[in-house]
Design a protein around this ligand. Sequence first.
Ligand SMILES: NC(=O)c1ccc[n+]([C@@H]2O[C@H](COP(=O)([O-])OP(=O)(O)OC[C@H]3O[C@@H](n4cnc5c(N)ncnc54)[C@H](O)[C@@H]3O)[C@@H](O)[C@H]2O)c1
Length: 412
Amino acid sequence: MIIKPMIRNNICISSHPAGCAKTVRNQIAGVTKNLAGGRDPQSARAAAPAGSPRLVLVAGCSTGYGLASRIAAAFGYGAATVGISFEKPGSQKKPGTPGWYNNLAFDAEAARASLVSKTLDGDAFSGGMKAEAAKALRDAAAAAGIPARVDLFVYSLASPVRTDPATGITYRSVIKPIGESYSGTTLDMMSGNFTTASAESATEEEIAGTVKVMGGEDWELWIEALGGEGLLSPETRTVAYTYIGPELSWAIYKNGTIGRAKQDLERAAAVINQKGVHAWISVNKALVTRASAVIPIIPFYVSTLFKVMKEKGLHEGCIEQIVRLYGERLYSTRAAQDPAQVPVDSEGRIRIDDWEMREDVQKEVLDRMARAKPENINDLTDVVGFRHDFLEAHGFDVDGINYDADVDPSGL
Ligand SMILES: NC(=O)c1ccc[n+]([C@@H]2O[C@H](COP(=O)([O-])OP(=O)(O)OC[C@H]3O[C@@H](n4cnc5c(N)ncnc54)[C@H](O)[C@@H]3O)[C@@H](O)[C@H]2O)c1
């Protein structure tokens, strides 16, 4: 089958197996160079500071920040990894989701590098998946010859829906403002045209639903389940990701439904900490993922941000962000042995959005956004880079891939 991108309204419904596999290999190469000091995973593990992770669980392992977190743990520290995601396999007739191909590629590369990896596909919100993960963690630890104790649990789920396992009620998350409606300029990345995207103010039910799906309840349930299975230790660390961003996006993000859910995630971090597990919220940079392309204002803001950060030599993708999160925050030489040494802001959060939020970066971005028009869009913004990253997240526009070649969509 010859697979081409099929995109409408910043949503892509096809993906390319060989392109996805190449992006995974590219990320592995980046980690090997920038986190493992050019070493193979086993030598990287031997050279890593004491306290670096050996058994790692990633919920949301197949794309975006979760995939980068798994790759960096495995190829940066030689960790055995268990990953969970909810993806659609490809068939002879139809491509699967990008995350499906990414997982296949990760497992293949891990096996080639003699790393233990177990990938589970299904609903991470369910009790059944938590039990399956516990078994996979024990198996992974046995195969790697290490204690069955999770050193790091990365919680990186992004989902539109969650069924509460206690009640069977299904909740939906929405991206809406609270209190008043929102209207913001957005950018069609394929045409480079501006459009106005609007969203009505969320109802109380929608706010509560979004908190149920994207808040911290499920993260707490995971910690409880891992504790109940005897898989935690006093050294266990856990991190969940959030975004804050510039004021121009707050009406739709930070002060909207998703921001409420993220507040709840911060509440959960405090509760988990009180239970004796070292928990952090990491504030990450805005990046192009499948979900972020459909949030009003974000494609315009991110395109402009990328241009400015690239010009200043500050640009990072998911993998560079996570390399910095591990190498300079969670597992720096000092912090690897003592969690109190992890650098945090006044609210206890890890900040790897520090370069995005730098005053000079934000000032330049705002100035350019005010001046941007369809005629100067390529001069002032990096809509081309945004489009590339979006296509790449689906396995397209990847260097070295022949997109006219026949590929088998059912696997690699
Ligand atoms: N993208 C950004 O710009 C950005 C910036 C800062 C923080 N974040 C945060 O990072 C986290 C991850 O976001 P992302 O952009 O990498 O998302 P993503 O869409 O790329 O990845 C989401 C992952 O969750 C998995 N998933 C979804 N529902 C699931 C379910 N029911 N069971 C099991 N797995 C499920 C998917 O399979 C995928 O692996 C989110 O908390 C997000 O808010 C994102």
